[in-house]
Every structure is written in structure tokens, then in C-alpha cells.
Design a protein around this ligand. Structure first.
Ligand SMILES: *[C@@H]1O[C@H](CO)[C@@H](O)[C@H](O)[C@H]1NC(C)=O
Length: 329
């Protein structure tokens, strides 16, 4: 249906005189614009002189869907926002408006609306829905704003954690750790990985704890903190099944190679399937791991020789008075 925008504007301003009708008039206009013929369904509403926000909201919802189907995302977003505003509790409408902004590639604004929706979900006692909304917002923004995505996944993880939904929480923490590694925020990644590992321990998923230990060690070695890396491995021996596992054996060899500045040994371990088929962010850490001292092997005759150049001397000193209190492992 063709429509004349001028007519629409005139119609709108004429009906401004009747504020009670305004909500409905806007809906009618939406339908006109949507090439729809639902006007008759509103006629009972027109008999009322008081604004009826509930039915306005549901009409906006229908209009929004119609716009969405017509791929007119800007109008759909406006309709969803109007739906959300005319219906006090309509959190889902805010989220939907956010999704329309996503279609328009306005990701920052989309995420703001979804966050707003998730706050309302929490206030209204549906934290699971809130966490899932935050997770979706994180996915939207991940490719353009890593830091924002980290923040959203962290929020979602703690909402689930508060609900004692540890499986959901730890899955989101996994995303947090990976993205922190991707953005080279390795100190924070170490903290996040420790939290992840402890949570997997709590839900008794031990094999995943072993994989998390590998990730921890890679992060700590990239931070040039051999002592922390070693501590992560020692600590894992308290987890059932770690001693003697392929993960434990590979990690001991990796630590040994790193300690002896044997780049060949380190590269061999880091190129093994165990490391190569980890999540891409960790596999990349493995492939880029370089031993200190530029790969000049320590001479077994004089083990102290290279220690000063690696930062290990300081680390070993710290180990003496601070054996288990660093908190990273
Ligand atoms: C691992 O197991 C072996 C024998 O099964 C034992 O001798 C060794 O002490 C264990 N290592 C640790 C660190 O628990």
C-alpha cells in the first residue's frame, strides 16, 4: 500500500488535541506504514477515553513484529521501545529493541538496551533470563569490543554464580578467560583461570581441571612467572587422576624445558596434539612460547650461569618466603 507521509503527519498533529487517543493513533499509523489491515481491531479501544497502556503495548508488539518481518529495523526498534515504555514491566521488549539495533549494526546501543533489559530481569526476580541476555549481548559485541564483551560475560557469570548455577557460570568464565588471553590481559586471565579451575573442581569435572592447568601454565610462562606456573602444576596433584595423566607428564616436560631454556623441548611439547587442539587462544599462546635467554641452553655444568637473565633468580627468592600465598595458583 502506498501512503502519503504528509497525510500521516497532518493526521498525527490533528489528533494531538486528543491525548487520550495518542497511543492508539500511533499504532494505527504503524499499521498504515506496515501495510496492515488490523485497524478494525482497535475500534473498541477508540471508544475509551483513557489511555489503555496494556493494549497499546500489545499493539506495539504486533507492529514491531510486522516491521521486523519487513526488515524495517529502525521502525521495529521504535515500536519495541514504545512497547517497553507503555508496559512498565516489559523487559523483553527492551531486549528486542536491542536486537533491532544489532540488525542495524548499532552494536554499542544494542548492548546498552540489552543491559538495561537484564537489570530489569534481575530486579524482577528472573536472574537466569538476565544472565542469558548478558551472554547474548556479549556475543553481539565480541568481535568489535573485546573489553565490553569481557565485562558482559563476567556479569553473566556472577549472576549465575549467585544462583549457584555453577555449570552455566563456569562456561561463561571460560569465555572471560579466553577473551582476556586474546586481549593480552594475562594477569587477569591468570585470576580468571584459577577461578574456573576451582569451579570445575567443585563440580568434580576433573579432566577439565587438567586442561585448565595447561592453560594456567601457558599464561604464567607468558607472564614470565615460572614459579607461579610450577605452583599451578603442584597444586593439581591434589586433584584425583592428575598424577600420571598425559597432561601432568606433558606439563612436567614443559616446565623442565622452560627451566633449562631448552626451546626444542618446549616447542615439541607445545606442538603436540594436547596443546595444539586446545581452544585457539591457548593454542596460540603455546605456539608463541619462547624460553627465556633466547634459547641458549643452560650448561648443566654451571646451572647458575643464566639464572640472572631470566627473572628466575628473583622468582626463586620469592618462593622461599612466599611458597603458597601468591593466590594465583
Ligand atoms: C604420583 O604417583 C607416584 C606413584 O604412583 C608417586 O610415587 C608420586 O609421589 C606421586 N606424585 C605426587 C606429586 O603426588
Amino acid at each position: 500500500m502506498k501512503y502519503n507521509l504528509g497525510t500521516v503527519v497532518v493526521l498525527l498533529s490533528a489528533l494531538k488535541c486528543y491525548p487520550a487517543w495518542r497511543e492508539h493513533v500511533v499504532v494505527v499509523l504503524y499499521y498504515l506504514l506496515c501495510n496492515s489491515c488490523y485497524i478494525f481491531s482497535l475500534k473498541t479501544s477508540f471508544m475509551k477515553w483513557k489511555p489503555d497502556y496494556d493494549s497499546a503495548a500489545s499493539e506495539y508488539a504486533k507492529a514491531a513484529v510486522a516491521f521486523k518481518n519487513a526488515k524495517q529495523y529502525d521502525q521495529a526498534k521504535d515500536a519495541y521501545l514504545r512497547e517497553a515504555e507503555s508496559h512498565q514491566n516489559n523487559r523483553a521488549a527492551y531486549e528486542q529493541a536491542g536486537m533491532m539495533l544489532k540488525e542495524m549494526q548499532q552494536l554499542g546501543e544494542a548492548v546498552l538496551l540489552i543491559e538495561k533489559a537484564s537489570m530489569m530481569f534481575i530486579e524482577n526476580g528472573t536472574p537466569d533470563t538476565a544472565a542469558m541476555a548478558l551472554d547474548r549481548a556479549g556475543k553481539l559485541i565480541e568481535n568489535v569490543n573485546l573489553n565490553k564483551a569481557v565485562e558482559l560475560y563476567q556479569q553473566a557469570a556472577s549472576v549465575f554464580e549467585n544462583e549457584e548455577r555453577l555449570r552455566q557460570s563456569v562456561e561463561l568464565l571460560g569465555k572471560v578467560s579466553r577473551l582476556l588471553v586474546r586481549s593480552r590481559r594475562l594477569d587477569e586471565a591468570a585470576v580468571s583461570l584459577l577461578k574456573e579451575k576451582n569451579m570445575y573442581k567443585e563440580i568434580e569435572n576433573y579432566p577439565t581441571c587438567f586442561k585448565k592447568t595447561i592453560a594456567q601454565v601457558l599464561v604464567q610462562l607468558h607472564r614470565n612467572d615460572y614459579v607461579a606456573a610450577d605452583k599451578c602444576v603442584r597444586e593439581s596433584y591434589s586433584i584425583p587422576g592428575f598424577n600420571g595423566s598425559e597432561d601432568a607428564i606433558a606439563l612436567e616436560q614443559l616446565l623442565e624445558g622452560f627451566d633449562e631454556q631448552d626451546q626444542d623441548q618446549v616447542s615439541a611439547i607445545c606442538n603436540s596434539p594436547l596443546f595444539k587442539y586446545m581452544d585457539n587462544d591457548y593454542a596460540k599462546l603455546a605456539l608463541s612460547l619462547r624460553v627465556p635467554g633466547g634459547g641458549v641452553k643452560k650448561s648443566p655444568a654451571s646451572p647458575q650461569e643464566a639464572a640472572g637473565t631470566t627473572g628466575k633468580a628473583a622468582s626463586h627468592a620469592a618462593e622461599d618466603d612466599d611458597e603458597y600465598s601468591s593466590g594465583l595458583c
